[in-house]
Design a binder for this molecule. Structure first.
Ligand code: ZN
Length: 402
């Protein structure tokens, strides 16, 4: 996912060293950053023992990262330890930030996340994007990005890159939206529409949602299926800690897995797709409600109040999800299915029928189903964190910027 960003990063100049030495230095800088990220504040000695380098070698790397504004010293460690007290190192709360953006069917959102993973600025605009031109939507998104970058700058943060989550298929170039049926966008090059020179990555919202689950979820295994919903239904397949992308980058289109081959027509051109039974609009119609803003909250409220029509509609959606997921579970044998996005808020009424269907139909023992803690925030956070991960993976590439 961060590949295009890393490719962009790797072209930035570094000291002129032989390739192998240069490559080794860059990898070691990254190992220091990842050690501090994973283990929290660490002394230089602790970093050294963690990554298996000498303390002298680590000190050189750490000094470079401090000079670049990527690490900071928190002051002496608490007394009582043997030897000279070291200063604990933490990822910087200033310096580079990941800018994440989300183009939803009925909203736009942007946030800035610092190296420590904290959201430091955000902006949201509600309003339907469906019938608007990509130029107009992306123009508005650019304004939100500028607002967030300006707010973050007040805290000493600068943007290391921009990652945009979209509800559609994204080409392997990580900038062209090949097809977004619910926005009616086709072959739209977001790289050409977004002004500014930030390194850009565009990806499917469900992919970013899946990555957010992998990076931020509590106890998320390294093999799982992530299923999420907005207007459409998205899926992400994570195998051994990596997103499965497929040949063209379109893997995970769970929303267009047929549930009933002769069912209603879908925007994708198929019939009876999962989206026609468990997508937000389908569930609202089945519950006798009209589509509009904050409808998921309304569904949850009514279901909690015991509304029979709403509960029946959600049961039906859970059954359809179970049928579609059965195929994926039988094929991939994941450790768990994570239900995220807007579906997470409806889980109490979706899960029983979903789990029943899965248990009834899967060949092996029933696969566990868990509910995402991130909910609808997943894609936006995943986008911003993908930029932050890019910095951790190759800190040398951003040293010396902005
Ligand atoms: Zn479809």
């Amino acid at each position: 996912m961060t590949a295009p960003l890393n490719e962009a990063h790797s072209t930035s100049p570094g000291p002129r060293l032989p390739d192998t030495q240069q490559g080794m230095r860059r990898r070691n800088l990254s190992r220091v950053m990842h050690a501090v990220n994973a283990e929290g504040p660490l002394s230089r000695a602790a970093v050294a023992s963690h990554i298996g380098l000498t303390r002298a070698a680590v000190s050189t790397l750490v000094d470079e990262l401090i000079r670049s504004g990527l690490l900071e010293e928190l002051g002496p460690e608490r007394p009582g330890r043997v030897g000279r007290p070291g200063s604990a190192l933490a990822l910087s709360g200033r310096g580079p930030a990941g800018i994440g953006a989300e183009v939803g069917v009925d909203h736009l959102a942007v946030c800035a996340v610092d190296l420590r993973g904290e959201v430091r600025a955000r902006a949201v605009r509600h309003g339907v994007n469906r019938s608007r031109s990509p130029e107009s939507v992306i123009g508005e998104l650019t304004t939100l990005v500028e607002q967030v970058v300006a707010t973050a700058a007040q805290d000493g943060l600068w943007p290391a890159g921009l990652a945009v989550a979209v509800p559609g298929l994204v080409a392997r170039d990580a900038r062209t939206v090949v097809r977004a049926p619910n926005l009616d966008w086709h072959d739209t090059d977001l790289g050409a529409l977004l002004s500014g020179d930030l390194p850009l990555t565009v990806d499917n919202e469900a992919n970013f949602g899946g990555l957010a689950e992998l990076w931020l979820g509590e106890g998320t295994p390294r093999d799982f299926l992530h299923v999420s919903a907005e207007i459409g239904i998205g899926g992400a397949v994570v195998v051994d800690g990596r997103l499965l992308r497929g040949t063209r980058g379109f893997a995970g289109e769970l929303g267009h897995v047929p549930v009933r081959p002769e069912g209603p027509r879908c925007a994708c051109g198929g019939r009876g797709c999962l989206e026609q039974y468990a997508g937000e609009e389908a569930v609202l119609r089945a519950a006798g409600l009209t589509p509009g803003e904050d409808r998921v909250d309304l569904l949850a409220e009514r279901a909690a109040a015991g509304d029979k029509d709403v509960r029946r509609a959600l049961r039906g959606a859970g059954t359809a999800l179970g049928i579609a997921l059965t195929g994926a579970v039988n094929l991939l044998d994941p450790q768990t299915v994570v239900v995220g996005g807007a579906l997470a808020g409806l889980a109490p009424w979706l899960l029983p029928s979903l789990e029943r269907e899965l248990a009834r139909r899967t060949a092996g023992p029933a696969c566990s189903v868990t509910v995402s803690r991130l909910g609808s925030e997943g894609p936006l956070l995943g986008a911003a964190h993908s930029v932050v991960r890019g910095v951790l993976d190759d800190p040398a590439a951003v040293a010396g910027r902005p």
